[in-house]
Design a protein around this ligand. Sequence first.
Ligand SMILES: Cc1ncc(C[n+]2csc(CCOP(=O)(O)OP(=O)(O)O)c2C)c(N)n1
Ligand SMILES: [Mg+2]
Length: 576
Amino acid sequence: MLNTAAKTEAPGAEQELTDGFHLIIDALKLNDVKTIYGVPGIPITDFGRMAQASGIRVLSFRHEQNAGYAASIAGYLTKKPGVCLTVSAPGFLNGLTALAHATTNCFPMILISGSSEREIVDLQQGDYEEMDQLAIAKPLCKAAFRVLHAQDIGIGLARAIRAAVSGRPGGVYLDLPAKLFGQVMNAEAGKKSLVKVIDAAPAQIPAPASIKRALDVLKSAKRPLIILGKGAAYAQADNDIKAFVEKSGAPFLPMSMAKGLLPDLHPQCAGAARSTVLKDADVVMLIGARLNWLLSHGKGKTWGEAPKKFIQIDIEPKEMDSNVEIVAPVVGDIGSCVSALLEAMGGNWPAPPADWLNAVKTKRDDNVAKMAPRLMNNNSPMDYHGALGVLRTIVKERPDAILVNEGANTLDLARGVIDMHQPRKRIDVGTWGVMGIGMGYAIAAAIETGKPVLCVEGDSAFGFSGMEVETICRYKLPVCVVIFNNDGIYRGTDVNSAGADPATTVFVKGSRYDKMMEAFGGVGVNATSPDELKRAVNAAMDSGKPTLINAVIDPAAGSESGRIGNLNPQSALKKK
Ligand SMILES: Cc1ncc(C[n+]2csc(CCOP(=O)(O)OP(=O)(O)O)c2C)c(N)n1
Ligand SMILES: [Mg+2]
């Protein structure tokens, strides 16, 4: 039903009218958009109210960047574009980081921003929040559109949806000038102008020859390895991917957000033997994973001396040969590619050589055994391993909870320690290693999945989105935030050798982040030992009450930049 705006007297006959406000809402609803993440203000305040009144869930945040991150991960979790709504210039810019993040991470998202009067903006006459937003957004997203006329709203939104989800998903910017909202048109014509997007992300079937080539290379392997990326997790082709990996018999390595696509405790999982499999594999099949910095670009020390052949499955043809030669490119959507591979493998696919499987298993079991005692310590103040050992058990007992994770040591160590058991349950800093996704991701994960959310946050990481604990309390979301509070970035022990100011990486010692949650009616807990932490997290996960646990971590426990300290440039001059 069209949400008709008004009836007015037209000369001769009564005409039903609609307007931009209602057409945008009708277009969103027609395309099944159920949630908008944003911050209100001119010119979109009334639009947000009307959208809410029409039944769309409109979640108001404290900062657009967090709303944007929420929309981006909503896109990842649902395969539908997550929508973020902002005001013009500053609100738009605040949302833009998340839009660029969505594009980089291949998450479908639409940033809708109100904008100021075109005539004034284009003549640069100093309008309220003047900015040529479309031009600024363009290089940072997959596509950018502006709608000037009410009759184009349907087409504008359809283009935005298609651009966001088809092919390699990404961020799309939709510019809606203030004047558009109030533009009036005939209701019947308005209704006809709306577009329901049919098959927004059409299957892209791989060429049969590419499937055969890939399987020939995989079959020739003496030491095969499959790497699963978050593209594979996004595809929601979980059963086929599992069947394919199991049929291949090859060890698999999940990238961070692909953990749980097959359980981390699966016998073929080589997560705990990462350096061995990367060094020694002779054939590597990438499924929805890119050979970017996170995989050391497919070359160098990490990849060892053994010559490698790469098979790559990706929806984006330009991804092939991006860093090293791909001997068997398979271009198509992951679901179609994996099901084609499965079918072409036939009934008697040979198992990989036993010496390879045994070597990987031995390494993995050794590493797991080495780690085990460290995870059981009950030290106070806690170290990372003691705290993470507890959280690992909690996640194992609650496999459908969503884990949000950011920080440096807090990220790298949690990724290694906390096993994931189901697909798309781990969401984290992604391709950029960005801080600030935490509370936005947590809110969207709770809203989109209805599952409890556990956030494991460095104290610095949390600071980027910390004010959204009010949002969590306001919407009464089942989110438990655990802050690994080591008094700073990487460590809390740095000293400024030159003056009175604190060192650049340290924060106020002994901060009590738990009090922030209490300020908004949530539960705050200060935990100084793994036992206390365990009790507090279990209570939070059972109650579903917004909770923030300040987990006191030894300030000396971390290392510079976590596991990626090697990326820091070094001064050629000797330290004084
Ligand atoms: C937007 C953004 N700004 C800055 C950084 C640099 N950075 C990387 S990790 C990090 C914080 C690490 O400290 P914390 O979250 O407390 O984790 P810890 O290592 O102390 O456990 C920062 C600021 C970043 N990745 N992203
Ligand atoms: Mg810290």
